[in-house]
Design a protein around this ligand. Sequence first.
Ligand code: ATP
Ligand code: MG
Length: 592
Amino acid sequence: MRTSQFPLNTVKDTPSDAEIASHQLMIRAGLIRKLAAGLYSWLPLGLRVLRKVEKITREEMEKAGALEVLMPALQPAELWQETGRWQHYGPELARLKDRHERDFCLGPTHEEIITDLARHELKSYKQLPITYYQIQTKFRDEIRPRFGVMRSREFIMKDAYSFHLTQESLQETYDVMYSAYNNIFDKLGLNYRAVIADSGSIGGAVSHEFHVLAESGEDAIAFSTGSDYAANVESATALREKQPLPKPTETREKILTPGQKTIAEVSAFLGVAPQKILKTLAIMRTIKDALGEEREVFWLLYLRGDHELNEIKARKLLGDFRFATDDEIESHLKGRAGYIGPPLPESHLIIPWLADWSAIEMTDFVCGANEAGYHFKGCNWFNDFILFDLENFDHSIEHLSEEYKKDIRNVVEGDKSPDGKGEITLARGIEVGHIFQLGTKYSEAMKAGIINEGGKYQTMIMGCYGIGISRVVAAAIEQNHDAHGIVWPNNIAPFQVAICPMNMHKSERLKEAAEQLYADLVAAGFDVLFDDRKVRAGFMFADMELIGIPHYLIVGDRGLDAGTVEYKDRTASDNEVIPLADIVEFLKAKLV
Ligand code: ATP
Ligand code: MG
């Protein structure tokens, strides 16, 4: 391509709503343009990158034996009603009516549609296992569309779905997909990690996410320093070492802590480490009573002061809940928000509770006194509070029922890895892919079965496998950029090589040489951008750096006298002088 025919739409100004580098650079380099919140058009330069990501993904899907299909974005409500997701998906589902007042949605994902296709097309066990995939537009009315195409309302996803007779067969395909995903992200040239994930509302037991590592990533991921354990912090766990706990040495004492409400404030005020302060959270838990009626019950959750509640883990144990309001805290606990703690026996309050196991192992700790402006110090669970565990005859924390001490917190740096090998460290990641073992969640609800070898009807077992194609482009930039612009990995750069002739419009000889070089490189199969604009050298380089072309060649009169061109790698500070005759071989070696 020549810039005279392939205009670069680079702009100087950073849009005010672009908070992260990739969003800013995608606009400045002229890859995308905003239409409305969470909606973007892809300009020719951006689309070249998107198509390369698609191509690599498609090649690996084909190698993995998946069959390409293309399903409609517009989907009838009836299928979503069959699985119950019409009710449960919430406002992210873009719903609309057709001219006959029939309900439809714009697909945020395609489990319902593929399951419908499979129940009609697959009849016999002989057709299984089978994996279908598509690369297609998805719609999600995200509550906070942001970061450009990273979290947009319309985006391109590769989604694949597999159908099986047995769990073993699902596991086999899952493993094939897992390695196909590794191949894809290797080829994309990204620094990524596969991590154990929470399978969330889609359901199923086994799930992995693929994260591109980048400081601005929305997800926290936990790695072990001593093994290959890696998990999203949403589901990462720490090794719980059963060791004898220190014996209490202090007695409870009420102390004045006016205006000191947060753990950090109390810690600074009393000079006590957050690990020695109990964090008490009040929640309203939704339960079903004996008559099946839903009602809310006041609960207390206990954590160590340096730990954060992991709501996903807590919801798995307690079901749905919300945080209690200040008024609810006063009426149920007779305590004051900011100063709450476990109720004392003399309060005669029996409040259901759950503690993180590391909170229950605390001794001689500080906690709120349930009275404005006061905390207790020197507290110990069995000495000071009623734990109403009637089975626990010797009143020891070691023998307190496991029912009360669960894992409800996020792991922190320095926790022991759950496999016992090494410690947890944390990094930030951008989720670019997600694979799940769905089991029979959709096939059962939609009666997708086949006749098995024994002639009997059997519900199919499913897996699903997504990659956020458009998010990958943003994530690649987020991970690979510098002060001058984007630094594309070779395989997804919109162009691999740029030719930058110096003052070509003043020298016929230089023009000819540059044209010849362009023709040679194109003939050798490179993706080349020939900058034939009549612009200053500085301007040309600034553009090439901004759009992130990984390799460029500078053609000048002085070099031509010596039969050479200058080569510059996007990330190197120095240029190399290369004989014109060697240039094709030289670039080939750079681009393997
Ligand atoms: P997230 O937690 O980021 O919202 P998700 O769990 O909702 O992601 P999936 O339903 O697993 O995502 O979708 C598969 C892939 O699609 C994700 O791994 C991600 O790369 C991409 N994706 C999801 N939502 C968006 C979005 N709003 N914009 C761009 N890509 C998205
Ligand atoms: Mg989402």
